[in-house]
Design a protein around this ligand. Structure first.
Ligand code: ATP
Ligand code: ZN
Length: 225
């Protein structure tokens, strides 16, 4: 029984988007309490279930129609979209709106001693990243060939460990780069959190609830501006 009359919203279980995502839904009047051990939190006052998962899983769950909505970083959404287009898997979803948290940038960075003129300074070199698709798109646009070093974590230590010449990683303040003897040379993608909806058929009742939530999200964000 995978269909549900309740609206399913996927949010990050724990990480940089979790508190803000939960807070936003609470500000929209969705009443729920989180049990850390549980994947699902049922709202008390609306037919809504919150699915608490790894952020990387959220775009796919929405694109496959497993959940109706999701709150996710645009960086992860875009990366998954390119990945799925390459693999001919369902890659559509509706971006309902950008949110007012989760600000970061995906940037190229190199060791302090590296003399960097522009992205072509990376020609033929190895770049560590968790975002191979966004990096490939950027480098293709510039006509630069490079070698991949795919890492899901610890990207910033790759140059010092001798695994890569530079990195392409998320930055917000730049403190982590500095701590690892790196400096930011180029922003390749600017990101915020966003709220997305599945393109797969919604019942009119569910669509009405989505519209209600979106209108409340708009109100909450306007009030915070
Ligand atoms: P998960 O366990 O869910 O996979 P994660 O480690 O992949 O978590 P987080 O570090 O919690 O992810 O980041 C989630 C999202 O927060 C990022 O994809 C990005 O959109 C946003 N974000 C905002 N600032 C930063 C930052 N300085 N570094 C990384 N991500 C940031
Ligand atoms: Zn993740």
């Amino acid at each position: 029984m995978t269909e549900s009359n309740r609206l399913r919203i996927a949010i990050q279980k724990s990480g940089r988007l979790s508190t803000d995502s939960q807070q936003l839904l609470k500000s929209c009047g969705v009443k729920f309490s989180i049990n850390e051990q549980r994947l699902i939190a049922h709202a008390d006052n609306m037919p809504i279930d919150l699915l608490r998962v790894r952020d990387d899983d959220i775009p796919g769950l929405v694109m496959d129609g497993v959940v109706d909505m999701g709150i996710i970083g645009e960086n992860v959404l875009e990366e998954e979209q390119i990945e799925r287009q390459t693999l001919n898997k369902p890659a559509d979803c509706l971006k309902l709106r950008q949110l007012d948290f989760g600000s970061c940038r995906l940037s190229l960075a190199v060791p302090t001693e590296f003399s960097y003129a522009d992205a072509s300074s990376l020609e033929g070199l190895r770049i560590a990243t968790s975002y191979p698709n966004l990096l490939r798109r950027f480098m293709q646009q510039k006509g630069i060939t490079y070698r991949d070093c795919m890492l899901k974590g610890s990207v910033e230590v790759a140059p010092r460990a001798g695994l890569a010449d530079g990195i392409c990683d998320l930055v917000s303040t730049g403190a982590t780069l500095e701590a690892n003897g790196l400096y930011e040379t180029e922003v390749i993608y600017r990101s915020m959190a966003c709220i997305i909806q599945s393109t797969q058929t919604q019942t009119p009742t569910k669509q009405a609830l989505i519209d209600k939530i979106l209108s409340r999200v708009n109100g909450v964000i306007r009030a915070r501006e």
